[in-house]
Design a protein around this ligand. Structure first.
Ligand code: PLP
Ligand code: TYF
Length: 397
């Protein structure tokens, strides 16, 4: 039965982590996987999460099945965070939200749902993008095409290229957009550019799908939600996949959501009914624990404040590391201008290091990064940053 099964390639990111774990050097550094670490190099367990979890456990709730689309308190908290508590769309019943298994699960449920609309149009992803975007949409049966995004020369967004690509797509193309903190480049478009993207989506009849995996990691909850808010004002129907993996440091609990903006309450009712069928035939209903924690935090003024403070701490530490790396590279004698690292947002930076340079970092220094040159800035800390800066300076020389 399995004689002809081929060995699949390792996931590039998880494969790298395996190599890192096997490395015996005590001062090794993993800048590969997109995970936030504290200055002590640990994945944090947030105080807000601990408090919420204590309350959830103290309740000793029975573990019955929960609704296919997840619990109401969670879904409405997600909506408030994405669209704002005073959103007219929410009031008008034009947002459908379902708890999903992380941002990944939300993307997949959304992809399966769109596929069932039989629109016969491709899905467009940014070049480059998070590795899994292509895989998810191809697995759902989409032809996946790319739109121009990153400019290797400026280390920012090639916005003209992006506009040209978007304008070339056929009607009903699903356009996957990173709502903030673009993975892998760290380069985001401006508010004015978002307005242009929205106009193109509207005029060309494209289907916007915003992927929001890092809300709060660039400037703050509200500010990082700008793309969602602008699309909400546009009158269009669109999709948002969101994740609490990073912002709550709840990676393993798989807490995410899919939100769909419709044209009316009646449409929402019909859309939700079909969405439930997609979920029912996939994993039936979502897990209880992670969503209960997130809801407990978001629906308590006290815990929400605590969480926002902790999120700000993570954000500020990343910014300090960006600043530190730029300074230390210059101090180590690097002549190239690395100021772009401070402009890029979120956990990642497209460092511009070549595959050969990345390989040398791994071999000679035990510093792990993706062969594309993506580094996770959120894995730098006050103990490893000098070593990293010196090693980068050496492989650049
Ligand atoms: N989308 C992007 C752009 C991501 O970078 C990630 C995680 O790295 C996800 C979605 C999904 O995250 P998760 O499924 O862990 O919530
Ligand atoms: O580092 C990244 O870009 C991600 C990390 O379910 C990741 O690939 C790991 C697990 C997961 C989603 C994302």
């Amino acid at each position: 039965l399995f004689a002809s099964v081929q060995l699949a390639p390792k996931d590039p990111i998880f494969g790298l982590t395996e190599a890192y774990v096997a490395d015996q050097r005590p001062d090794k550094v993993n800048l590969g996987v997109g995970v936030y670490y504290t200055d002590e190099g640990k994945v944090p367990l947030l105080k807000a999460v601990i408090k919420a979890e204590e309350a959830v456990v103290a309740k000793q709730s029975p573990r019955s099945y929960i609704p296919i689309e997840g619990p109401n308190p969670y879904n409405s908290a997600v909506q408030n965070l994405l669209f704002g508590a005073d959103s007219a769309l929410i009031k008008d019943g034009r947002v459908v939200t379902a708890e999903c298994l992380g941002g990944t699960g939300a993307l997949r449920v959304g992809a399966d749902f769109i596929k069932r609309l039989n629109l016969n149009a491709p899905c467009a992803i940014s070049n480059p993008t998070w590795e899994n975007h292509r895989g998810i949409f191809e697995s759902a049966g989409f032809e996946v095409v790319e739109y121009a995004y990153f400019d290797g020369k400026t280390r920012g967004v090639d916005f003209d290229g992006m506009v040209k690509s978007l304008e070339s797509f056929p009607k009903n193309t699903t356009v996957l957009l990173h709502a903030c903190c673009h993975n892998p480049t760290g380069a985001d478009i401006t508010e004015a550019q978002w307005r242009q993207v929205i106009d193109i989506c509207k005029n060309k009849g494209l289907i916007p799908f915003l992927d929001m995996a890092y809300q709060g990691f660039a400037s703050g909850i509200e500010q990082d939600g700008i793309a969602v808010r602008l699309f909400a004002q546009s009158g269009m129907s669109f999709f948002v996949s969101s994740s609490f993996s990073k912002s709550f440091s709840l990676y393993g609990e798989r807490v995410g959501a899919l939100s769909i903006v419709t044209q009316s309450k009646d449409e929402s009712t019909r859309v939700l009914s079909q969405l439930k069928r997609v979920i029912r035939t996939n994993y039936s209903n979502p897990p209880t624990h992670g969503a209960a924690i997130a809801a407990a935090v978001l629906n308590s003024a006290e815990l929400r404040k605590l969480w926002e403070d902790e999120l700000a701490e993570m954000r500020d530490r990343i910014k300090a590391m960006r600043h530190g790396l730029v300074e230390k590279l210059a101090a180590a004698g690097v002549k190239q201008d690395f100021a772009f690292i401070e402009q890029q947002r979120g956990m990642f930076s497209y460092s511009g290091l070549t595959a050969e340079q990345v390989e040398r970092l791994q071999k000679e220094d035990g510093i792990y990064a993706l062969s594309t040159g993506r580094i996770c800035v959120a894995a730098l800390n006050t103990k490893n940053i000098d070593k990293v800066a010196k090693a980068i300076a050496r492989v650049l020389a």
